[in-house]
Design a protein around this ligand. Structure first.
Ligand code: PBG
Length: 332
């Protein structure tokens, strides 16, 4: 394109041409969000018999096992790809033994959902923090996490979830070697077909705040920086992902999503396995809080944040917006 203005010839492209109408914009969109790629986190609480709203996660509740099928129903109807289950046990102990209780909230919910919703991928989060009295993600020796002593407990929990019908177990504890330990336990018990989605690059993040209220798993002392990743490190994240793939992960996750889009993009370039991203509780709560004040439009901001995560390279997005986003996408 050229034109003459005051004697000068300007040459430039007309990038606007394909932005002119919503039909054109939709036609040339490089990234498309689909409900099938979204995973809804669900909290199952063994101590309650009615849903208990989570104030810091508007629209979300802890669910009793007896009513978790209602969430499954909503997710299936919305066309969401799967559920990620977290459990709040009846009792905690210092070793988190109840994570592996076959009658615990997650196995019970899996059995209830497995029978009714074949269209949903059922993913069980594997971690001890909801099950330990101290709220850390593994067993302690003194005040420090005992990595190797934690591995068999994570393997036992994974096996309990596989037996109850989980398609995928998703370790979020960040112990070294847990993918290998879980894979060996599953294979040894004839669950070679149960997949592992490793929270491979999970950062020690301030954005987990609301989750810790929801799952009652805030550490009673210290923080998780000695085992979760340090926010400045992206190359190290690739090393973590490489380890988990070498140990047998079928898919890998970056978490949180929004502040770590560079890690996602680099992981997408380097690895060919399915890549998941977790838009965590604080990312969701922050958008809601701002929208409540009239500072941004929730729907547009939520869809834009999810689009950014998909554009960076996530195949699967775990998000508290899963049901809302599926509904918004169906309207577009
Ligand atoms: C640990 C776990 C956490 C989240 C998922 N799994 C909390 C943590 O590491 O402290 C956070 C998810 C969120 O913030 O939405 N079991």
């Amino acid at each position: 394109m050229s034109l003459t203005a005051e004697g000068a010839t300007l040459t430039y492209g007309r990038h606007h041409r394909l932005r002119r109408t919503s039909a054109l914009r939709r036609l040339v969109a490089e990234t498309r969000l689909a409900p099938a790629a979204l995973v809804l986190p669900v909290f199952v609480d063994a101590r309650i018999d009615a849903p208990s709203p989570i104030s810091s996660l508007p629209g979300h509740a802890r669910w009793p096992v007896a009513r978790v099928a209602e969430v499954g129903e909503r997710a299936a109807r919305a066309g969401v790809g799967g559920l990620l289950l977290f459990g709040l046990p009846q009792e905690k102990d210092d070793r988190g033994e109840n994570a592996a209780d076959p009658l615990g909230p997650v196995p019970a919910a899996l059995r209830a959902l497995r029978a009714r919703f074949p269209e949903l991928a059922l993913i069980a989060d594997v971690c001890l923090c909801e099950y330990t009295t101290h709220g850390h993600c593994g067993v302690l020796r003194g005040d420090e996490i005992d990595n190797d002593a934690t591995l068999p407990l994570l393997a036992d929990a994974s096996l309990a979830y596989a037996r109850a019908g989980a398609d995928i177990v998703a370790p979020s504890d960040m112990m070294d070697g847990r993918v290998a330990a879980i894979r060996a336990a599953l294979d040894g018990a004839d669950f070679a077909e149960t997949a592992i989605l490793a929270y491979a690059a999970k950062f020690a993040s301030a954005f987990y705040g609301p989750f810790r209220e929801a799952a009652d798993c805030a550490p009673s002392f210290g923080d998780r920086s000695a085992y979760q990743m340090d926010p400045p490190n992206a190359r190290e994240a690739l090393a973590e992902i490489t380890s988990d793939i070498d140990e047998g992960a079928d898919a890998v996750m970056v978490k949180p999503a929004g502040p770590y889009l560079d890690v996602l993009a680099r992981a997408r370039e380097r690895f060919d396995l399915p890549l998941a991203a977790y838009q965590v509780s604080g990312e969701y709560a922050a958008l809601h809080a701002a929208a409540d004040r009239g500072w941004l439009d929730l729907r547009r901001a939520a869809l834009e944040s999810l689009t950014g995560i998909a554009r960076a390279g996530a195949d699967v997005i775990v998000t508290y917006f899963a049901l809302d986003a599926a509904a918004w996408l169906a309207e577009r």
